[in-house]
Design a protein around this ligand. Structure first.
Ligand code: F6P
Length: 315
């Protein structure tokens, strides 16, 4: 099943899990709309052919949801009963933080094995360098910034571009670097807005006629509040572009398709090895299994390289 926010590459993961499982002798059921599909007994049998022609498609053929009923003990007891009745002995959950928290809760009521596959654009999980969908989301946002930059240059304007990522600044960092932003605002590394304003003024006084400032949605007040404050401090006009859901859609990049395929197959291998309660991830190019409770702790630190790069890049 896929659960939580959709991420490009989820279909490639469904395909990999299905084919690896069928090839290993399992019967495969695809539950629809995340944990709600278990509660409502909505599933379809998946075989090698039913996952044809999806490796390139965004969204998820199984659909997804954030289940509120699953947050209650009653929901968990019911889900365990449905899984037992349906004869499910192992569950592969593709999603992010909320999905793995749900899996941990379910494990208190159900004896089957559960393995996770990290599918979220946010790249906010510990235990894997990258989550499925992150690369595509970054590329989508960079493409949008390239376009916004044309307008910024033509009108000699300052733009704030808000990107997704929940409480995490990973998308903003990569998008800011790849999009050539003057400033990147992330929740992990809050900076005094007056310092940012001073740098923007210095750039303007030094001949910069336009600037792009990337803001992670997790920054307090987001791009709109940052624009309000910067306008007051710099006496410039700012335009705000909130990129929103375009970052979740579209065909996955080749990198996301390959990551999804590797992790999907590894998830099935982990089940065959008797593993449970873990997420299949990749660290430093090597496959690893991280316990769910470790994965959901999240990426705490920002690579120190980024602030160092920015010191030079926004000159
Ligand atoms: O987790 C993916 C994500 O797109 C976040 O970046 C964002 O904060 C959130 O989901 C939005 O959630 P929803 O789809 O419920 O609006």
């Amino acid at each position: 099943m896929t659960s939580g926010g959709d991420a490009p590459g989820m279909n490639a993961a469904i395909r990999a899990v299905t084919r690896a499982a069928v090839g290993s002798g399992f019967r495969v059921l695809g539950f629809q709309r995340g944990y709600d599909g278990i509660l409502e007994e909505q599933y379809q049998e998946l075989d090698a052919r039913s996952v044809s022609n999806i490796v390139q498609r965004g969204g998820t053929i199984l659909k997804t949801a954030r289940s509120s009923e699953f947050l209650r003990t009653r929901g968990l007891v019911k889900a365990a009963a449905v899984l037992n009745k349906t004869g499910v002995d192992a569950l592969v959950v593709i999603g992010g933080d909320g999905t793995f928290r749900g899996a941990m809760d379910l494990a208190g009521f159900w004896k089957g094995r559960i393995i996770g596959v990290p599918g979220t654009i946010d790249n906010d999980l510990a235990g894997t360098d990258f989550t499925i969908g992150f690369d595509t989301a970054v590329n989508t946002a960079v493409e949008a910034i390239d376009k916004i930059r044309d307008t910024a240059a033509a009108h000699e304007r300052f733009f704030l571009v808000e990107v997704m990522g929940r409480r995490c600044g990973q998308i903003a960092l990569e998008v800011g670097i790849a999009g050539g932003a003057e400033e990147i605002l992330i929740p992990e590394n809050p900076e005094d807005i007056r310092r940012i304003a001073r740098r923007l003024c210095a750039g303007r006084d030094g001949g910069k006629s336009s600037s792009i400032i990337v803001v992670a949605e997790g920054v307090k007040g987001g791009a709109l509040e940052a624009a309000r404050q910067l306008k007051r401090l710099t006496r410039n006009e700012y335009r705000v572009a909130i990129l929103g859901y375009i970052q979740r859609g579209g065909n996955p990049t080749a990198a996301d398709r390959c990551l999804a395929t590797r992790l999907g197959v590894r998830a099935v291998e982990a089940l065959l090895q008797g593993e449970t309660g873990k997420m299949a991830g990749e660290v430093g190019g090597r496959g690893v299994l991280a316990p769910f409770h470790v994965a959901v702790k999240g990426k705490r630190q920002v690579d120190r390289l980024y602030p160092r790069l920015m010191k030079f890049l926004n000159l």
